[in-house]
Ligand binder design. Structure first.
Ligand code: HEC
Ligand code: HEC
Length: 168
């Protein structure tokens, strides 16, 4: 009996190791890796949201900001990052409900980022830390908020790092 215990422990650690490897191997689509933002980017878009909020930039996935940020953005539309993005009361109400319902679900993203910007969120800064200031300013990019410049599938919710292309 005494001899079997170390053997058992050995076997268990081997299993854990193999299990870990397998988890890594099928992690290509990545939503589960601890270091990655757990953003759900595949919530079906509300047509009214795309109609009203994708004229000047893409319709950002609601899961990329906490509810409090969406709330604040929706109450400040007349002074929206230097633009007037005003909407009628009914639309504001409808979009606010949808955005806050589908907002960032997990605790690591529940803090409001500076200026309620996705691009100022801790996870965003971490994911993009290898991009230098001069790259963000390239004419084909202009702004970090211009996701589609590098993530061609952004509007379909595809931000996979394997399909990123930084324009020259
Ligand atoms: C009239 C143009 C216009 C409309 C309409 C508009 N926006 Fe914006 N939005 C802007 C501008 C300009 C910025 C700043 C972009 C930048 O910094 O490059 C911005 C930035 C944002 C950001 C922050 C992006 C970042 O830096 O992370 C969010 C979130 C956002 N808008 C949400 C919305 C929502 C929600 C609506 C619809 C209710 C909306 N916008 C409609 C012009 C607009
Ligand atoms: C200048 C190009 C560029 C722009 C603009 C950009 N990104 Fe990225 N993004 C990247 C690169 C490069 C990576 C991959 C980092 C890496 O290899 O780990 C990345 C990674 C990501 C990831 C993680 C993907 C994964 O597979 O782990 C997310 C999510 C993301 N970006 C969201 C956004 C959003 C949202 C915007 C717009 C608000 C944006 N990005 C704008 C270049 C860009």
């Amino acid at each position: 009996m005494r001899k079997r215990i170390p053997l058992l422990i050995g076997l268990l650690s081997l299993l854990t190791l193999v299990g870990g490897r397998l988890a890594w191997a099928d992690d290509d689509d990545d939503e589960h890796e601890w270091s990655r933002p757990r953003v759900s980017t595949r919530v079906p878009m509300l047509p009214a949201y795309q109609q009203e909020c994708a004229a000047c930039h893409m319709a950002y996935p609601p899961g990329m900001l906490p509810a409090a940020s969406w709330q604040s953005i929706m109450t400040g539309l007349p002074k929206h990052y230097g633009s007037d993005a005003s909407l009628d009361v009914a639309s504001v109400k409808k979009l606010t409900t949808w955005l806050t319902t589908n907002a960032a679900p997990n605790r690591s993203m529940s803090n409001r980022p500076p200026q309620d910007r996705i691009t100022q969120s801790a996870w965003f800064v971490r994911q993009h830390d290898e991009i230098s200031a001069s790259v963000w300013k390239r004419p084909a990019i202009k702004s970090a908020a211009n996701c589609m410049a590098c993530h061609a599938g952004a509007e379909q919710g595809d931000f996979n790092e394997h399909r990123v292309r930084i324009p020259r």
